[in-house]
Unconditional design. Structure first.
Lengths: 113, 116
């Protein structure tokens, strides 16, 4: 079952807006990853985080590893139309068997009509 | 190869037929995942291989689904007696999975399966 709660499930963006999404869990993680999936493609890694409190940027994207190690957020600043897609968080729990990753349910980013 | 390669990219099959989907992971990656994704939906975990350990099959939806990873590299996902609800994109990902700094997983382009 889903052990990562990703929210919101979907959001509408207007060009120029800053948007934010997050993942939370009741378990402690030692790795957080953020991916973006464009239509017809596989998810592509955007940002990887390995330390509690770590804040990492990739262009207009910024992600943080929560200090409790149970959450992470992704911010997109000054959104543009090509930011549309599905964003997934993924994490590795501190005692994950075989270092297995767990994925969130995704945030669907759409353009405001 | 440079990335994860999946084949075929598209597959149309008749209901009741068996299909095999192939995944070539990044060379040296010990961990391999299979996911299923319905249109516009999230990633449904199917199975996880890590080195020589017994695979985590907890996500396989029925006994019609099985997967192998021979020689610790190429993996095949087999769906027997396909049903229309099996129609989806099947995604494969691989990672080093050794230590906290090497858990990043990289995805293939997926196989779009359509059962008619």
């Amino acid at each position: 079952g889903q052990q990562l709660n990703q929210s919101p499930q979907s959001m509408f963006i207007q060009e120029g807006e800053d948007v934010s999404m997050n993942c939370t869990s009741s378990s402690i993680f030692n790795t957080w990853l953020w991916y973006k999936q464009d239509p017809g493609e596989g998810p592509v890694l955007l940002i990887a985080l390995y330390k509690a409190g770590e804040l990492t940027s990739n262009g207009r994207l910024t992600a943080q590893f929560g200090i409790t190690r149970k959450d992470s957020f992704l911010n997109i600043s000054a959104s543009i139309p090509s930011d549309v897609g599905i964003y997934f968080c993924a994490g590795r729990m501190i005692k994950a068997a075989g270092n297995k990753l767990t994925f969130g349910g995704g945030t669907r980013v759409l353009v405001k009509p | 190869g440079a990335g994860v390669s999946q084949s075929p990219s598209n597959k149309v099959t008749e209901k009741g037929k068996d299909v095999e989907l192939r995944c070539d992971p990044i060379s040296g990656h010990t961990a391999l995942y299979w996911y299923r994704q319905s249109l516009g939906q999230g990633l449904e975990f199917l199975i996880y291989f890590q080195g020589n350990s017994a695979p985590d099959k907890s996500g396989l939806p029925s006994d019609r689904f099985s997967a192998e990873r021979t020689g610790g590299s190429v993996s095949t996902l087999t769906i027997q007696r396909t049903q229309q609800e099996d129609s989806a994109v099947y995604l494969c990902a691989s990672s080093l999975a050794q230590g906290a700094g090497n858990t990043e997983a990289f995805f293939g382009q997926g196989t779009r399966l359509t059962v008619v």
